[in-house]
Design a protein around this ligand. Sequence first.
Ligand SMILES: NC(=O)c1ccc[n+]([C@@H]2O[C@H](COP(=O)([O-])OP(=O)(O)OC[C@H]3O[C@@H](n4cnc5c(N)ncnc54)[C@H](OP(=O)(O)O)[C@@H]3O)[C@@H](O)[C@H]2O)c1
Length: 164
Amino acid sequence: MIISLIVAASENNVIGKDNKLLWHLPNDLKFFKNTTWAMPIIMGRKTFESIGSKALNGRLNIVITNQKKYNAEGVVIVNSLEDAVFVAKSHSYKEVFIIGGGEIFKAALSKAEKIYLTRVHTNIEGEVVFPEINEVKWKKTNSRFYPDDEKHQYSYTFELWERK
Ligand SMILES: NC(=O)c1ccc[n+]([C@@H]2O[C@H](COP(=O)([O-])OP(=O)(O)OC[C@H]3O[C@@H](n4cnc5c(N)ncnc54)[C@H](OP(=O)(O)O)[C@@H]3O)[C@@H](O)[C@H]2O)c1
């Protein structure tokens, strides 16, 4: 099973602030939905709460927490990244998407084969960051640039990175 990360990060690698996203980019939300649709998604407890503690429909939602009694409807709760990957694997999916946030990306990067990165072309302040992609280990295999417009405050590029 391929382990992939899917993330939107600013030029300076910021992905969030105060448990929120920092931009509204409808095309990126569409890309996220299309890419992850019908697949398992793995997220940290804080990201789950940041999206309203509701499962994203049409996908197997797996939430990681250290808490032993954490409970939420419509999601599978696990206590480690390893268990999260195990759950996805046991359902025979061909790819699993790690969807954040910062803590989970940091822990999962070394296990991943692909990164679907939406590079948002701005420098912005925020305490949650995506780890630097090491170009010795990773190769950019696809890149599509979109300019800003009336619905998109920033220009952005959909990039695909694959482990060399
Ligand atoms: N731009 C993007 O693409 C994107 C995507 C997703 C999220 N975000 C942003 O990222 C921010 C949230 O990220 P974050 O780093 O603060 O939190 P997070 O990674 O979403 O969640 C952290 C929580 O996950 C649990 N956890 C982490 N590692 C664990 C492990 N090894 N074993 C068991 N549990 C573990 C812990 O939950 P407990 O405390 O319950 O134990 C921890 O507090 C928000 O601002 C959100 O908007 C951005």
